[in-house]
Design a binder for this molecule. Sequence first.
Ligand SMILES: [Zn+2]
Length: 592
Amino acid sequence: MAQVRLLPGIYRDAQEWNRGYLQRLDAGRLLYNFRRNAGLPAGPAQPLGGWESPADGAHGTELRGHFTGHFLSASALLFASTGDAAAKDKAGEMVAELARCQDKLGDGYLSAFPTTLFDRLDSGRNLPWAPFYTVHKIMAGLLDMYQFAGNRQALAVAQGMAGWADRWSAAKTEDHMQEILNVEFGGIGETLYSLAAATGNDQWAKAADRFTKKRFVNPLASRRDELRGLHVNTHIPQAIAAARRYEISGDLRFHDVADFFWWDVTTARTYVTGGTSNGESWQTRPRQLGAELKRGVNTAECCCAYNMLKLTRHLYAWNPDPRYFDYYERAMLNHRLGTIRPEKGYSQYYLSLTPGAYKTFGSEDRSFWCCTGTGVEEYAKLVDSIYWRDEQGVYVNQFIASELNWSEKGLKLRQETRFPEEQGTSLVVTAVKPVPMALRLRIPSWLESSPTVKVNGKPIEASASPGSYLTIARTWKTGDRVAMALPMRLSIEAMPDEPQTQAVLYGPLVLAGDLGGDALTEQATIGQMGPRVNRSALEIPAIHAPAADPASWLKPAAKPLTFRTTGQPKDLDLAPLNSLFDKRYVVYWQVA
Ligand SMILES: [Zn+2]
């Protein structure tokens, strides 16, 4: 991350909106509940609202402290990806305060709520919301501050917390621990494995093993989908933990858990946007997405996209198959870029795909949902999977205006593009001295055929089919320029169980029909987890298609990437879903 910088464009806009939000959040307010819980003065700071509300409030406050962990992660990632020293310093001061709170509490425990929540978890009566989930976010934030911002105090605090979690879990029988794992515990296994890897201390890996939920993992190891009825965002982090367990132990069973889970979710339970879940769970058998979509309005929780992207990076690192990035690009363009509120930096909770839905967002200081937390992390690390490398050279996986500085090779690669508005990209080389290297360009699966690639203005003879890499191995020198055309075309993606329920794509972009936004006030969109859709009150036009090709009922409109229906009783405009705000929209059409 520290070797890649975003250049002006839609990705950098998202990064800067998010950075602005992180800057506006006050450290004293983020520490308020921690200081109160440790019996330390909270100063003049006002507590935050939403899921960070202080004790004695509503049910939601039992997650208090979780966002402070996300904030540390986001600050560390922002420092790595932009060099923002102020973000690092602010989070560093918070780490020092959290260390004081930990000292005061004793025994390594650190949280914004008392250990009585863990007593309730242990007793199985009056179950708390998700105390290990929350503690994990704090631990992960501290570990990120160590790994991305070099903060050694953060590592010490994280190890103190790991020691507490180790002792707490070691005191339970295996069966009792499995019962405890029925309450959401998130990615604590992943962080404990990563802590083991970072410190060389196997004790943390043994503690992590206790957070393996057998009822979830065992069917996956046998390549069986038994996901129906499960809460989605509770379980994706467990697949990531399985990936980490494989990475540090070589245990292939856990490779298979992560591998099958990813394949199953992305092929059998993922909407056209790259999102998954409905009302936070999987409610149907696999490949019943049309039925799933009808079961509720709150589809595709943003945390799920964040975590699936994270899992994808692990799998790609084991096996650099470019098709992983077909998924990655789809989710990034449609489900991540389009779910941050321009300028304000607020993120969405659900990206509803119910016809007639609209986008809703968190608020400045009275939301702090799980997706607010994963959101501030996501947009702080947009640089992290554009380029990958191996001994032979570099892989260009995403078409994002950015610059890679591969200092060990004395090589800079500047990607100049306005993709997706521009249907192509260019890479310009700067080399201290000529560098022999393989440049691997991802040829996305959504292309119709091998694209034209030019080196220094001349088309090259080599070609590669969509869904593979085009490798250009040569000695690169300053001024070399590679240009690749990425011509987009319209395509249809039908629901597996309902062939007439179809979404339209233009290249990798999901198009949405614009139903207007007359009644959408700020009250309806800000601070709401999802939209209110009264299906009967909305007129969602069905499409009469003269032919299977969507070009038979869609014509390009004036603005780039926009279209208009033709030959329908009432024609509509379509634009990329990621560009529609304050509008009702339709993604899945009934096409006859
Ligand atoms: Zn969430």
